[in-house]
Ligand binder design. Structure first.
Ligand SMILES: [Zn+2]
Length: 309
């Protein structure tokens, strides 16, 4: 499969001859079989135009790269990536677009439609029924967003899918998660579900997409440098609703949620400042888990500290 602009130009420029028939066929839809009644296949003009365009893109990227400025390098990468995504769309492939996170919501649900990447997450839509759209250039210039948080649908959402489908869908983004893990996450976040038959349930793709993005962000929360972030990014739901919703959730699940939140805290690079802030004597009373401690544990520690002084 072509991966670089150079490989794409080669793929788009060559024409194939079907053995025996002496007939030219479209280089990117090799599966077509010629029949006696079929009109002679022509060269794919769209593909050839794209190949010519690709040569200009490469020349421009090379010029930008020699400028030796961070902005120039960024633009060089962006225009090359955009060319690859456009060429892929021409060949009805989605590989590169699928690996990008949405610059607005951080979900891995981008799909190419008519020269733009559409975010399939309904929770990200600017208006109901409208998908958020990005040009392929946008994707090169913008940083993927931090996931905003876990969302839940009400009513009967239009994007219901079984977990098996969703696991395969997210695997296309290069961030595969097993069906079992997805099942654990959707339970942990109390996502609404709709029965399909006696045994299996369907979940809203948009709901699961926000959980997928937020849980991955938590796992990758310890990235160093500029990208460092607390592991609770996007998981406010898990961290702050642990004592409030006790009535609405069964006890075992609540305990499990607290345990998971504490586990994540333990690995967080920000645990020390976070705990200090949470334990300030006059600090605002917070709900849920903060700095690896539950509300009750923090309250006890505060009283202890108060008694020492
Ligand atoms: Zn989005």
């Amino acid at each position: 499969m072509p991966a670089t602009p150079e490989q794409w130009i080669a793929a788009l420029s060559q024409t194939y001859w079907t053995p025996g028939s002496g007939r030219r066929i479209d280089p990117l839809t090799r599966t077509r079989t010629a029949t006696r009644t079929e009109a002679p296949a022509n060269v794919n003009v769209k593909g050839l135009d794209k190949a010519t365009e690709g040569k200009n893109v490469i020349a421009r990227a090379a010029r930008l790269a020699t400028e030796d400025s961070p902005l120039g390098r960024m633009e060089a990468v962006a225009i090359r990536d955009a060319f690859v995504m456009e060429a892929e769309e021409l060949a009805e492939q989605t590989e590169t677009v699928r690996t990008r996170a949405c610059p607005a919501c951080g979900c891995f649900t981008l799909l190419p439609v008519k020269g733009k990447a559409h975010c399939a997450n309904r929770h990200c839509a600017p208006r109901p029924g409208l998908r958020r759209r990005w040009t392929y250039r946008d994707l090169g210039y913008t940083r993927p967003a931090k996931p905003r948080g876990v969302k839940r649908s009400d009513g009967y959402p239009a994007d219901l899918r079984p977990l098996k489908f969703l696991a395969e869908f997210f695997a296309q983004s290069g961030r595969a998660v097993s069906v079992d893990t997805l099942a654990r996450w959707v339970k942990l976040h109390n996502l609404p579900r709709w029965p399909v038959d006696g045994k299996t349930y369907a979940y809203s793709l948009s709901d699961v997409a926000t959980v997928h993005a937020a849980q991955l962000a938590a796992r990758e929360g310890q990235l160093c440098g500029d990208q460092a972030r607390p592991v609770c990014t996007g998981l406010a739901d898990l961290f702050y609703n642990t004592d409030e919703q006790a009535g609405a959730m069964d006890n075992a699940l609540m305990k499990r949620r607290v345990a998971v939140a504490k586990e994540l805290c333990a690995e967080c690079p920000f645990i020390a400042p976070c705990r200090e802030a949470a334990l300030k004597p006059n600090g605002k009373e917070q709900h849920g888990v903060a700095g690896g401690l539950t509300r009750n544990e923090r309250r006890d520690l505060k009283t202890e500290r108060g008694a020492d002084q």
